[in-house]
Design a protein around this ligand. Structure first.
Ligand code: DP6
Length: 347
């Protein structure tokens, strides 16, 4: 008999960025963060987890977008271990349950966006993996509890266990048991939110987030100010902006926080540059759009790479997306592809 469960998890793009670990083993952050989840119709990972005592393989395995993928890394192993031990506890309490925890796991995972789009897929990937196995094991854990496990796979993944507007509360316990995702607002609270993803380069980033943030923590003076002053203020302003559906404030905090994050990268020694000339052209384009509108109708943000995500409201689609294409088309080369994504619920 083969036991099987499937699930999907969305991509999330942070508007207050996670950057820095206080514990690399448990993957505990130096600051809280907040993200907007993108619609699954546009960007998501679909994962099927199965197990069977009749599988010929004795080891766990993962097929990612059609190719076998390495699962021996400490982070992936931590997720498998946590999920298995929860299942074992259920089996120990109820002898009638099949012993799934003793069977090899087979995970098959696929993104509905090209990996070449240069988007960080680890968030959706780990979130989908954790939920698929949790479903297979029929674990009673809530999304917040599962976010504790996904966090150990990749920090940003904990925010993809929810849809809508999601905070990752950094917590202060040493064991990390309070460092989890928290739903700030459902997508339906502010369904007009849209995201435009501009791909400047599909190439894999030079410095991975994991090692980049470690270098920043170790060498940047600006970073200390970011985690003690800048981020706490941005988290407070951002939560208020989302609650009040105040786009101008949402946009300003989003842009300021992205700028602050990239400033700490530049203040890292040796410096880390994720944004390039094409990225900076997108910043100027957003400024032009806002100037022309006489108010803030678009916000840019950049993760650990040159690609730009622009947030805007549905009513401003023509002004933002239309102008963006015109400006970029006439003045800037290098944008490979782009996609408009809706910020919606994951249910
Ligand atoms: C810039 O979650 O990829 O996208 O925990 O080491 O896997 P690890 O890092 P990761 O870092 C994401 C960094 C970011 C900001 C964010 O998503 O908050």
């Amino acid at each position: 008999k083969v036991y099987r469960a499937s699930t999907t998890a969305p991509v999330n793009i942070a508007v207050v960025k996670y950057w820095g670990k206080r514990d690399a083993k448990l993957n505990l952050p130096t600051n809280s963060s907040l993200s907007v989840t993108l619609s699954q119709a546009d960007l998501r990972t679909l994962t099927t987890a199965s197990c069977s005592s009749s599988y010929s393989a004795t080891e766990d395995s993962l097929i990612l977008n059609g190719s076998p993928s390495d699962i021996t890394g400490a982070r992936t192993q931590a997720c498998f271990r946590a999920l298995r031990s929860r299942r074992s506890a259920l089996e120990a309490a109820d002898a009638s349950l099949p012993k799934l925890s003793a069977m090899p796991l087979r995970i098959v995972s696929e993104n509905n966006f090209p990996t070449a789009a240069g988007l960080a897929s680890s968030a959706a990937g780990f979130a989908a993996l954790v939920r698929a196995v949790a479903n297979l094991y029929e674990l009673p854990d809530s999304p917040a509890e599962l976010s504790l496990i996904a966090r150990q796979g990749s920090g940003s993944a904990c925010r993809s266990l929810f849809g809508g507007y999601v905070a990752w509360r950094m917590g202060d316990k040493e064991d990390g048991s309070d460092s989890l995702a928290d739903l700030v607002a459902e997508a339906s609270h502010w369904p007009e939110m849209r995201a435009l993803i501009l791909v400047a380069s599909a190439a894999k980033k030079g410095v991975s987030s994991t090692s980049g943030m470690q270098q920043t923590v170790a060498t940047s003076g600006l970073f200390k100010q970011r985690i003690t002053e800048v981020v706490p203020k941005n988290m407070e302003l951002m939560e208020k902006a989302v609650q009040a559906k105040d786009f101008a404030s949402f946009a300003e905090v989003t842009m300021r926080d992205s700028n602050s994050f990239h400033a700490t990268c530049a203040d890292t020694y040796p410096p880390i540059f994720y944004m390039n000339d094409v990225s900076r052209a997108a910043v100027r384009a957003v400024e032009k759009i806002n100037e022309a509108a006489g108010q803030t109708i678009a916000a840019y943000t950049f993760d650990a790479g040159p690609n730009c995500v622009v947030y805007y409201l549905e009513k401003d689609e023509a002004a933002v997306v239309g102008t963006f294409y015109k400006v970029l088309g006439s003045e800037v080369g290098g944008w490979k592809e782009s996609a408009a994504a809706h910020a919606t619920d994951i249910s």
